[in-house]
Design a protein. Structure first.
Length: 112
């Protein structure tokens, strides 16, 4: 679920506080990113959907949530139909809190 190698590198470079601040920034912003993605998907705006998926993919990867980034990479780069994106986004939104919990747990263990 997590890119632990990347997170370990961040810990070495930034320390636990720096990594926790990175996560806090992600946590503060991901809701707005999701809202915007849902909005552009509802409008069936493919260009903006791909652009927003790119932004979310980068945000996820920047905090080690590589598995969560993969569906966004698909939305950004691959051919798809709107029905597929509707289903993918519905499932993906449900998975975000699970991944966030896993990351918070990982950080708590490493911060000791």
């Amino acid at each position: 679920m997590l890119d632990e190698q990347l997170l370990e590198q961040f810990l070495e470079l930034l320390g636990p506080t720096g990594v926790e601040e990175m996560y806090a920034t992600f946590a503060d912003n991901i809701g707005g990113y999701i809202d915007h993605l849902q909005n552009v998907v509802a409008k069936r705006n493919e260009e903006d959907t791909r652009r927003q998926a790119h932004q979310i993919k980068g945000a996820c990867r920047s905090v080690g949530l590589s598995q969560l980034a993969k569906p966004m990479e698909h939305v950004e780069c691959d051919a798809w139909q709107w029905d597929e994106i509707d289903d993918l986004l519905e499932q993906w939104v449900l998975e975000v809190p699970l991944h966030q919990h896993q990351l918070k747990r990982w950080l708590k263990i490493r911060a000791v």
